[in-house]
Design a protein. Structure first.
Length: 380
């Protein structure tokens, strides 16, 4: 068995998607992926290489710096995932997310709200990805003539919750309202959103929030739910394995850098702002977003309104521009497209997993909307 050692540093939800991408390539080569958890020392790496007789290694750094360097692998091919690109100068290939593009997607989502002021909540260190996001976010907003405000946590704030929250709340109070806020990842955005809610600010009317990474354990449990930019974790994992194969089978090949753009925005309540306030419509939109794939029916949504079904449909359409059924179908369509990107999900299973009554109904809808079949979309 050809063994590849995968050193991981993160326990976040995104890890499973990175690993799925690695497996997609590894399975085609007959590789066994052996995951090594924790902060591994150079001495431990040497012992692990001997124990497993590893063919190659992938080091997942989760956007941070790792103590491991290419020289610690004693000539064994190695690829660094989610690491700063400077590792290529030491002869190792790197796969990373396009941090600047993530910030641009967040900026465009907030610009939809047409506020005059926008803000960014930074990270506890001057990591390469944080600086990329800061620069790109500022550039987009300056291009549109908007005012920009930045909150920079101090390095010691991460371990001092009380002092950090005190400074963050004071900064939020000073922000002009309304204001659109981008947090460089979901962890820090959740802290800012929770601080805003605790101080009584209306989200998204006074302060709107967008995070990055789309960690559903965070985004779905905040109140209101939190919009976030979705990186393409599976592709980064697949590319890391692909670059490793290049190094294994062509040792003289130069170190490569691959930068992966995000998939887009996952819009939730924290940026869903209607021109006119209607709490019942907003609640209906959130219900559809959460339950459309679980067999939710239009009449179930309309029944939540304190008025007749006809009046409820009129109110919904006047604010959203579409019917309740059309909104349900749109959410189901987006979910089906996500499953199409995953080869591990059979086409025949997609309809049931995305809320459609049958494969035939889904196929008809997709063909009408895109002009292509499910199989054609997957092949593309």
């Amino acid at each position: 068995m050809k063994t590849i050692l995968v050193f991981r540093t993160t326990s976040l939800e995104c890890w499973q998607y990175k690993l799925e991408g690695m497996h997609r390539f590894a399975d085609s080569r007959g590789w066994h992926l052996q995951v090594i958890d924790g902060d591994t020392s150079a001495h431990q790496v040497a012992n692990l290489l001997d124990l497993w007789e590893a063919l190659g290694c992938i080091v997942e750094a989760d956007g941070g710096d790792t103590k491991l360097r290419p020289r610690h692998f004693r000539g064994t091919p190695v690829v660094f995932l989610d690491h700063s690109p400077d590792m290529t100068a030491e002869g190792a290939s790197v796969v990373r997310h396009d941090s600047a593009q993530i910030a641009r997607v967040a900026a465009k989502e907030l610009l939809r709200l047409d506020f005059h002021d926008y803000a960014l909540v930074g990270w506890f260190s001057q990591a390469y990805w944080m600086l990329d996001k800061l620069e790109a976010f500022k550039s987009v907003l300056e291009l549109h003539g908007k005012r920009i405000h930045v909150f920079e946590p101090e390095a010691g704030d991460r371990g001092r919750t009380t002092s950090f929250q005190r400074r963050l709340r004071a900064w939020l109070r000073r922000l002009p309202k309304p204001c659109g806020v981008f947090g460089v990842n979901d962890y820090i955005t959740e802290r800012a959103l929770s601080a805003a809610v605790a101080q009584g600010y209306q989200v998204p009317e006074e302060l709107a929030f967008v995070g990055a990474d789309n960690d559903e354990l965070i985004c779905e449990t905040t109140r209101p739910s939190m919009s976030s930019v979705l990186p393409d974790f599976k592709t980064t994992g697949h590319l890391a394995a692909e670059l490793l194969a290049m190094k294994i089978y062509a040792p003289a090949s130069p170190a490569a850098l691959r930068v992966v753009p995000p998939l887009g925005i996952v819009r939730r309540q924290s940026t869903r702002l209607f021109k006119r306030s209607d709490a019942d419509v907003q609640a209906a939109m959130e219900l559809i977003r959460r339950k459309a794939a679980d067999g939710l029916r239009a009449r179930d949504v309309l029944a939540t309104f304190p008025c007749s079904r006809r009046q409820a449909e009129i109110r919904f359409r006047s604010l959203t521009g579409r019917s309740v059924l059309e909104e349900i179908q749109d959410v189901r369509f987006a979910r089906a497209m996500e499953f199409l990107k995953s080869p591990s999900v059979a086409i025949g299973a997609i309809a049931g997993r995305s809320g459609w009554p049958s494969e035939l109904v889904l196929e008809r809808y997709v063909r009408q909307r895109t002009g292509r079949t499910l199989s054609e979309i997957r092949k593309s």
